[in-house]
Design a binder for this molecule. Structure first.
Ligand SMILES: Cc1ncc(COP(=O)(O)O)c(C=O)c1O
Length: 470
């Protein structure tokens, strides 16, 4: 259980340079948000300037939708350990951690040394190299469902390749996905299907609804090549699947000849061996990404030999899978080094235990203040929701917000601004995660920031959710 550390949140500890003026009681959500946004704009002229300059070349000044938030995102200048410094010199405890890829914190000496060695020995060798030999063995050891695997450059690519391999092997075309899923920017379903999605026929099912998923698999078995699932929906807000749901899908996929693909791009970090090991499930295929290249651009997909053998280039009619940087030397070298030196079962358990403690403490705090707020997630990944009652899937979130979408959006934005003002960097969608470098004291600082929000904004939370009149 995490201890609360009074006074850690705020400028008195030198943790942030921004003005954390005490909020006035009895403000409306609208005026509180306007004031918070004004304060944010005033404190961050350097980021605003960079955003304006970038807009000449990048649509909206942005090349990565995930990191954008209005009125302009913070531009980060540097990172060290568990901290980030922005373009205006403010320091933050990093709870974004590159959306889980930054598992090692910033400039970890082990990673820095590996990258230095890779660069010194040449990085564009145009041939197989020693790194991929070692890294593939280390990954296979940890994720035995990947009887054979291939590297690529991102989680997006890994998922597209896994689905394509399953479709090629089965001769069937459709893939089952779940409302709210994020499998990369070319296959995302967080607000229905994205218009950018690859034109793969989709069967949409409901997360954590075993009866519906099993029925959907059965009814569509003739055309279903694969079932693609995150064992915890990450960008939807850290919503874990129940073991019962995942086992039901495993059984139904086997019975009806669909390849079960676990997208563990995000969740492989929450347990040594990923959530598949935690739940005792062997998927047919697995996709990975994020931190496993030591924080360098990385992706991997693999699975049953019967499917992956199709990529064996010594065989006639082998599947063609090139990719200039599939075996890029920096990621392979850094990946091997972090597997050997940083990603031990003990280190992951400590980081994930710290995350469990923080989530438990956050939920305890919401109970103490009797507020409709909850932290979801597992291990080192969590999401914060303004919601009363169970949260099994995005439909539950939408149902809770129905009719009050503008107020809920304003409340989340206010929380985000207040946390930033207190020196805590989290995402606008209110998901967060820890790195190996996040300390207990920093978790306590996070908790203190949330408590300050509860104290100052408790009535606004209740009003936004319609529990008291606004
Ligand atoms: C579950 C999941 N799958 C796939 C991806 C896409 O990975 P990438 O951003 O490396 O393409 C992400 C990225 O956040 C993810 O969370």
């Amino acid at each position: 259980m995490l201890e609360r550390v009074p006074g850690r949140f705020g400028p008195e500890n030198g943790l942030n340079l921004q003005d954390t003026t005490r909020r006035r009681a009895n403000q409306s959500l609208h005026s509180a948000l306007a004031e918070a946004e004004e304060r944010y704009v005033a404190a961050n002229p350097g980021s605003a300037r960079l955003q304006r300059t970038a807009s000449a070349n990048l649509p909206g000044g942005n090349t990565r939708t995930t990191v954008f938030f209005s009125p302009f995102p913070l531009y980060m200048a540097s990172g060290k350990g568990s901290k980030l410094t922005d373009a205006d010199g403010h320091e933050y405890v990093d709870f974004v951690n590159e959306y889980t890829a930054g598992l090692f914190g910033h400039s970890h000496p082990v990673v820095a040394e590996a990258i230095g060695e890779a660069i010194a020995s040449g990085i564009n060798l145009g041939a197989p190299s020693q790194g991929e030999v070692k890294l593939s063995a280390a990954i296979r050891d940890r994720f035995p469902a990947m009887e054979l695997l291939r590297f690529c450059n991102s989680g997006t690519e890994a998922n597209l390749l896994a689905m394509s391999a399953a479709r090629a092997a089965s001769g069937k075309d459709a893939v089952m996905v779940f409302e709210g899923a994020y499998h990369g920017s070319l296959f995302t379903f967080n607000q229905g299907a994205s218009p950018l999605n690859m034109p793969i026929p989709v069967v949409m099912s409901r997360y954590n609804d075993a009866a519906k998923a099993v029925a959907d698999i059965k009814v569509n078995s003739e055309r279903l090549a694969a079932v693609l699932i995150e064992p915890m929906q990450g960008s939807a807000g850290a919503l874990p699947a129940t073991g019962e749901f995942l086992h039901a899908i495993r059984d139904a996929s086997s019975r009806h000849g669909a390849t079960l693909i676990f997208d563990e791009v995000m969740t492989s970090r929450v347990h040594s061996g990923g959530l598949q090991r935690k739940h005792g499930i062997t998927p047919d295929m697995v996709t990975l990404g994020k931190y496993l290249g030591g924080g360098i651009t990385f992706g991997a997909f693999g699975g049953r030999r019967a499917i992956m053998d199709g990529f064996d280039p010594s065989q006639p009619n082998a599947l063609q899978h090139g990719g200039t940087f599939n075996n890029n030397v920096i990621a392979m070298t850094a990946g091997c080094r972090v597997m050997e030196r940083l990603l031990s079962e003990e280190a992951l358990a400590a980081m994930n235990g710290r995350g469990d403690g923080l989530r438990e403490a956050l939920n305890g705090l919401a109970d103490t203040h009797r507020l409709p707020v909850q932290a979801t997630g597992t291990g080192s990944i969590f999401g914060i929701h303004f919601h009363r009652g169970p949260l099994n899937n995005v439909e539950d979130i939408r149902e809770g917000e129905r009719g009050r979408e503008p107020q809920m959006a304003a409340l989340k934005k206010l929380f985000h601004f207040d946390m930033l003002a207190g020196g805590i960097y989290i995402s606008r969608r209110l998901t967060a995660n820890l790195s190996l470098m996040t300390s207990e004291a920093e978790c306590a600082q996070f908790l203190a920031g949330v408590e300050e929000f509860f104290v100052n904004r408790g009535e606004l939370i209740r009003a936004a959710l319609g529990e008291v009149s606004s």
